[in-house]
Design a protein around this ligand. Structure first.
Ligand code: ATP
Length: 357
């Protein structure tokens, strides 16, 4: 699942990365991710910035200029979830950042973990979600009292770009198929255009199987035969909903990482939100944030560190003795993070002694 930003890492010098702890459980899980990333040997100079509710409280602005300046400088961020008010209030900072920095591709690798018990086996799929348009264009207006309209924007340019991203990803990561998920039977023009672009791009990738499925049927197939999916290509809103469904297949939001990629940079963030129900209790599952950190490591060119982080997480889940409550255990965030660090140390030691033989 490697995606690397060539040339981002700059010899032995530490790479500057914007760090946005975020709201709710953000500081707890991002704190865990930083500890693991640093233990894996990444040389990073963190530029810590506030955003969302924390920034609103501290500086009266959910997207401070200082944050934007930092992102323009570093082009890379590790980010916790940000609170967005429902209904009236400021618009989503997540959406604002993705659009401002043109991070058009959201990638969410979702696979079963040995030791995490769910009714679903052998899930190994990747959600590729278009990140910049669709109903997230934020164009809503009051037509007359009691009637509002939300505009769904789909362009050939963004649809072609995300389709190409999905096929390139599939080709470079040994994936066999891309499934475009849509509702073109109802939204004939908008989803119709999305499909038309995907089909055209598919013609350039004869080595990757291409198929299509209506979103409701795809949801049904995801819970009856999730192993039959490989790379899923979706518009923004379907991508948001379907990726939470996919997280449910493999143990929940606590274990699924994510990243937003653009031409010039990337923001790494777990699929989950601020989880206000468990914030501040030291019981949030840090795995999703830690695995987002592994995606960051791969992007920066630290392929070996990324592999070691993933293997350590896999070992902790497989052993099953130190799990947070969402996975049926009693461990705290701190204890689970410590278990990942121990697993990483143990594998490094084992590798070291094997290499010395
Ligand atoms: P948002 O609207 O901010 O995207 P959401 O509606 O997707 O958020 P979350 O905040 O992600 O919702 O939380 C959904 C449920 O999943 C909550 O019960 C929450 O406690 C749980 N959850 C989310 N992340 C984690 C985590 N890292 N560890 C344990 N439980 C989590």
């Amino acid at each position: 699942m490697e995606l690397s930003g060539n040339g981002v890492r700059n010899g032995a010098a530490a790479t500057a990365v914007t760090l946005i702890p975020g709201d709710g459980i953000g500081s707890e899980v991002i704190g865990a991710a930083i500890t693991v990333i640093e233990a894996a040997g990444l040389q990073i100079k963190w530029d810590r910035q506030l955003a969302g509710a924390a920034a609103l409280e501290a500086a009266g602005n959910p997207v401070p200029d200082e944050l934007l300046r930092s992102l323009r400088r570093t082009h890379i961020a590790l980010k916790g979830p940000l609170e967005t008010s429902v209904g009236e209030g400021y618009r989503s900072v997540n959406v604002y950042l993705r659009k401002t920095f043109n991070l058009y591709a959201n990638l969410r690798p979702t696979h079963s973990f040995e030791g995490v018990h769910t009714p679903f086996r052998n899930v190994d799929l990747v959600v590729v979600r278009e990140n910049t348009e669709d109903l997230y264009a934020g164009i809503e207006h009051l037509v007359t009292q009691g009637v509002v309209e939300s505009v769904k924007v789909i362009t050939a340019r963004a649809s072609t770009r995300i389709a190409r991203f999905a096929f390139e990803y599939a080709r470079h990561n040994g994936r066999a198929s891309v499934t475009a998920i849509h509702k073109a039977n109802i939204m004939k023009l908008s989803d119709g255009l999305f499909l038309k672009c995907a089909r055209k791009v598919a013609e350039e990738y004869k080595d990757i199987r291409y198929d299509e499925q209506i979103v409701d049927a795809a949801c049904m197939r995801l819970v009856t035969n999730p192993g039959s999916f490989d790379v899923l290509l979706l518009e923004n809103l379907y991508g948001d909903i379907v990726s939470d469904l996919c997280a449910g297949l493999v143990g929940g939001l606590g274990v699924v990482p994510g990243a937003n990629y653009g031409e010039r940079g990337a923001i790494f963030e777990a699929v989950h939100g601020t989880a206000p129900d468990i914030a501040g209790k030291n019981i949030a599952n840090p795995v999703a944030a830690i695995l987002s950190g592994a995606m960051l490591a791969a992007y920066l060119g630290y392929a070996d560190a990324a592999r070691r982080i993933r293997e350590a997480v896999g070992a902790v889940l497989r052993t099953g003795s130190v799990l947070t409550p969402d996975l049926g255990g009693k461990a705290t965030t701190t204890e689970m993070t410590a278990a990942v660090l121990r697993a990483m140390k143990a594998s490094t030691a084992a590798y070291g002694s094997a290499a010395a033989v």
